[in-house]
Design a protein around this ligand. Sequence first.
Ligand SMILES: Cc1cc2nc3c(=O)[nH]c(=O)nc-3n(C[C@H](O)[C@H](O)[C@H](O)COP(=O)(O)O)c2cc1C
Length: 334
Amino acid sequence: MKLGTLNLSNNLLLAPLLNITTAPYRRFCRSFQNIGLVYVPMIYTQRVIKDQRKIEYDLALVEKEKPISIQLIGNEPEAFKSALDHLESYKHDIININAGCASLRSLRAKQGGYLIKDLELLQKIIDSVTKYSSRPVSLKTRLGYANIVNISKFSSIINNSNLDFITVHARKVKDRFDQKTLDLETLKKIKESVKIPVVGNGDINSPIDAKNLIDYAKVDAIMIGRASMGNPQIFSQIEDYLSKGILKPQINDILLMKKYLKIFEKIINDFVRDVTLKSSIDDYKFKELKRNSIWQTKYLPNSTIYRTKLSKTKSLQELRTILNQIFSGDLIKN
Ligand SMILES: Cc1cc2nc3c(=O)[nH]c(=O)nc-3n(C[C@H](O)[C@H](O)[C@H](O)COP(=O)(O)O)c2cc1C
């Protein structure tokens, strides 16, 4: 399918999640199914300009993950321009502007979600990035800051820009992640008023949520973030439901957890072979595997016991010991 100028295998996108959707994680999710587009989570424009080593690490081997987007966060049009120059040699397919991040750090620095409050600045940044980027450009934002954005002003900026598409997380910045605040009605209005494709995002936890969002807001594509943590196959489950009406229940058990972690570890091993890490391989593996082990306990009976034990581990060796106890059933016997 086409999303803006990009040719994608489907209309399902893996959201950028800082410190979560790392290269091994993105590869892990993709190992089960097609995912139209994945993102390197936000990179500060200032960091790109000042600390090349850090970005080399964030962007290691992106050429092996195509199609892939790099996301930039910042608040100075000039800094975006310089950052683009620094990124030129990487083989990413598209640049994304972060205008939705709700973290206090970003808001205090007047970037991320702040941009949906300051539409003049947003426009300047879009103009700068679309002018100087050699790749297509997209924007990721929310419905507004403390209040819903002025839709006619917002859509006029979008419709007069050279953006390829926009992604809209269907809540306001100040709502952060409050479940009660998801607002598909406003997402639908934004979709109706912009002329470029819209990707809908927010709380898609199942194939049914995905279909509801598409049917209701008539968006062109959807983006899934947190629901992939613990259910990396959610994209194929959604695709099966959307294209064939097949709804497979999500069954998490110890055997599946074991299988997922084995696949994940193999992917980490392949990745670290070709990359210079900031820490030792064991430390790197430990961090990646620990996070993922905890998510894989989602929906399991005794999940709390497993999570508590796993979260207290301090080394790869300790993690392996606890995992072996979980897999053998010894942890709940003791
Ligand atoms: C831990 C975490 C990290 C995130 N990091 C980013 C980020 O780097 N860039 C971004 O645009 N959004 C980021 N987001 C927002 C997600 O991309 C997404 O918009 C949000 O989680 C809603 O989608 P979901 O309900 O499918 O998770 C982050 C969200 C979480 C929970």
